[in-house]
Design a protein around this ligand. Structure first.
Ligand SMILES: *[C@@H]1O[C@H](CO)[C@@H](O)[C@H](O)[C@H]1NC(C)=O
Ligand SMILES: *[C@@H]1O[C@H](CO)[C@@H](O)[C@H](O)[C@H]1NC(C)=O
Ligand SMILES: *[C@@H]1O[C@H](CO)[C@@H](O)[C@H](O)[C@H]1NC(C)=O
Ligand SMILES: *[C@@H]1O[C@H](CO)[C@@H](O)[C@H](O)[C@H]1NC(C)=O
Ligand SMILES: *[C@@H]1O[C@H](CO)[C@@H](O)[C@H](O)[C@H]1NC(C)=O
Ligand SMILES: *[C@@H]1O[C@H](CO)[C@@H](O)[C@H](O)[C@H]1NC(C)=O
Length: 614
């Protein structure tokens, strides 16, 4: 982080700060920004502080650190940010009003936005450039022209709210896809309209789209894609450095301003990843194939872009901070601690909520993670009997068992029906995983859990006991370490096992200087689940689907003085009954596994941008 910010430093190095009479604005006649009375152009990069451990951005508030480092800040304040973040950065509790129209003049939505911005924006005000801080511009909303609502009153409301809290001087702007279509509903008088576009396209045409909305003023690409996002089950996105260097050169040759999205991508720790539609959740790594890797390491792309920038701006002198060391701590044996069902009461201190029909996560006021839905079989199912979700209402993945015997998996958009067997009165347990809320487009109102009824053969299942699960709370109180390990009979190698917890410890070796260091954890033979180290939720692993195989473990999660406690929740099938019951800490990431893909996809930008921008 410190290092990362220094790496960013050169991008801003031309900003010689003039302490007296600080000002930042737009010179429409000269088509440029003007800072302290002088023409100004920025070449900048994106970082999401929430995707980089605070350990790596120095031990203080983020904006203060940026200023101390000599960086300027372009603040993209939301309320909606997209960013492949859960629900695009909007909090899930907004869905407590089922019919809420997000990102519109819906009164409950506006009330929530007003409450949030009335806390956030006053904190930002002292950090505005003209007030002595680093923030030169503030973005309002995000790619609003790609959203169906097209509600100008909503944008006007935001404009008024931002002005109220930030004053009249600060440059407020919008960002939209580079076409008249997107700018139509995304741009608003009083907010400076900028565009975003990918490398490889026609830069002149893209900026002509901006000129349609802003006949004069600086040209700005607010999201110049240095790479692209990933989805579980799809190929890892890779965009060649030369392609990006070439288009960056063209952008800078136009005299335009640019923000490299991302400069460092970082990690979707815990449950924070978003998803696209048709439902495709993003993996834990947000590496993005960016110029700095997920762990902040220098890449070939970093140097290629630095060289291009050096043709337009003087690069700072001195050494580039080196890549941080990584350490291969090796294999760690895990032990099965318990199944989810065996410790249900411990995981759900509040006990079950009873309901005739299933309730959603939001109705239970649990927003992330896992909820267990239990009912009993209303009749004997001696023959395989279809359990189905006719309205595709499993959001997003359900692990089904009858009296502790695994039956299979239901998955949103993918698996709507399985066969089950069991006796009348047996417990039917359905552990439902929220795999991340849709972050883009009209499907943002993404309810989780069982959002419609399940049927057994023709009958709607009723009489549910619904257990909200506080797994993170249990992990944090060392719950699984304090369990008596029950004697268990040898497990048969089934295609599915019931979801279960495994524990183990990693001791950092002595006698080696500068440990702990960053590492990556690999899951040989494991299928899908979640991992915590010392209570820190590192995120989801899913080597069975890929492309990400290893998870990034930042050093600040590890301690050298005592053994590090590892908890793994395996949802489908562990290797423990057939091979070694272990995970492995390695010194290189693998987020680019070659897998069997569901279908052959058209090339990257055609596919993703048409999805994103239509
Ligand atoms: C930010 O840095 C500038 C110098 O670059 C300094 O004058 C100013 O006081 C700093 N502002 C804050 C809020 O620390
Ligand atoms: C790029 O777009 C401009 C403006 O629309 C057009 O004049 C030019 O021919 C295009 N260049 C290429 C290579 O297509
Ligand atoms: C369920 O079982 C029936 C009868 O054995 C079989 O025909 C059908 O293919 C099975 N369906 C699924 C989804 O496995
Ligand atoms: C389940 O079915 C009942 C009866 O048809 C209906 O009233 C209820 O709204 C349904 N619940 C959900 C969550 O779809
Ligand atoms: C690991 O768990 C044990 C309880 O079994 C606890 O005493 C210890 O402090 C934990 N270690 C760390 C590093 O949190
Ligand atoms: C990812 O894998 C593909 C196919 O094996 C390979 O062509 C590509 O170079 C790899 N990319 C990276 C960044 O490792």
């Amino acid at each position: 982080g410190w290092k990362k910010l220094q790496c960013l430093f050169f991008l801003f190095c031309f900003c010689v700060q003039n302490v007296a009479g600080r000002s930042f604005g737009i010179d429409y006649d000269s088509n440029c920004f003007v800072k302290d009375g002088k023409p100004f152009r920025y070449i900048s990069g994106s970082i999401h502080y929430s995707r980089v451990p605070s350990y790596y951005w120095k031990d203080q508030y983020f904006l203060q650190l940026a200023n101390d480092t000599g960086l300027l800040v372009i603040l993209r304040a939301g309320p909606y940010i997209c960013a492949e973040w859960d629900m695009g950065g909007l909090p899930a509790w907004l869905l407590e009003k089922k019919s809420v129209v997000l990102r519109s003049s819906d009164s409950d939505y506006l009330e929530a936005v007003e409450r949030w911005m009335s806390v956030l924006l006053p904190k930002m005000r002292p950090y505005l450039y003209q007030n002595g801080g680093p923030i030169i511009m503030v973005q309002v909303e995000n790619e609003y022209g790609s959203y169906f609502a097209c509600d100008y009153n909503y944008l006007r409301f935001l404009l008024k709210l931002f002005r109220l809290h930030l004053g009249d001087e600060v440059v407020l702007f919008t960002t939209d896809g580079a076409s008249q279509f997107h700018l139509k509903c995304g741009a608003l008088q009083g907010l400076y309209a900028t565009v975003d576009f990918a490398p490889g396209g026609n830069v002149t045409a893209a900026f002509l789209a901006q000129r349609n909305s802003e006949p004069k003023g600086p040209l700005v690409n607010s999201e110049f894609y240095t790479g692209w996002l990933d989805h579980w089950g799809h190929r890892h996105s890779v965009v060649p450095a030369q392609t990006i260097a070439k288009t960056l050169n063209e952008i800078l040759a136009c005299g335009a301003n640019v923000n490299l999205y991302m400069f460092i991508g970082g990690t979707n720790f815990a449950y924070w990843n978003g998803a696209n539609m048709p439902y495709m959740p993003q993996p834990t790594s947000y590496d993005y194939d960016a110029p700095l890797s997920e762990a902040g390491d220098l890449t070939e792309k970093y140097f290629a872009l630095r060289e291009v920038i050096g043709m337009y701006k003087q690069l700072p002198e001195g050494l580039i901070p080196p890549t941080t060391p990584k350490f291969a701590y090796g294999k760690v044996c895990l032990q099965k601690a318990s199944t989810v069902l065996e410790v249900l009461d411990g995981l759900s201190p509040s006990g079950p909520v009873r309901s005739t029909y299933p309730l959603t996560f939001v109705e239970l006021k649990q927003y992330f993670g896992y909820v267990l839905y239990r009912t009993t079989l209303p009749k004997n199912c001696v023959e395989p009997t279809p359990l189905s979700s006719p309205l595709n209402g499993v959001h997003d993945r359900a692990y089904v068992s009858v009296n502790g015997v695994p039956q299979g998996i239901l998955e949103r958009d993918k698996s709507l029906k399985i066969n089950i067997t069991g006796q009348a009165g047996a417990n039917l347990d359905i552990l439902v995983e929220n795999m991340g809320r849709v972050n883009f487009g009209r499907y943002n109102n993404d309810f989780k859990g069982l959002v419609s009824n399940l049927t057994l053969a023709q009958d709607i299942l009723v009489g549910w006991e619904i257990y909200p699960l506080d797994i993170d709370g249990a992990v944090n109180s060392d719950f699984f370490y304090l369990l008596d390990h029950p004697k268990r009979s040898a497990v048969k190698a089934l295609s599915y096992e019931v979801p279960a917890f495994y524990t183990g410890t990693l001791s950092i070796p002595g006698g080696i200087p500068d440990l702990p260091q960053d590492t990556y954890v690999n899951f040989p033979g494991w299928t899908k689940g979640q991992i915590w180290i010392n209570g820190f939720n590192l995120g989801r692993y899913w080597p069975a689907r890929g492309p990400q195989l290893t998870l990034y473990v930042p050093r600040n999660v590890l301690v050298a003085s005592v053994p590090n406690n590892i908890t793994v929740l395996e949802l489908e099938r562990s290797p423990c009954s057939t091979q070694a019951c272990e995970i492995e800490f390695v010194d290189e990431p693998n987020i680019n596994a070659t897998l069997q893909h569901e279908t052959d996809k058209p090339p990257l930008f055609v596919r993703e941008l048409s999805m994103k921008h239509l």
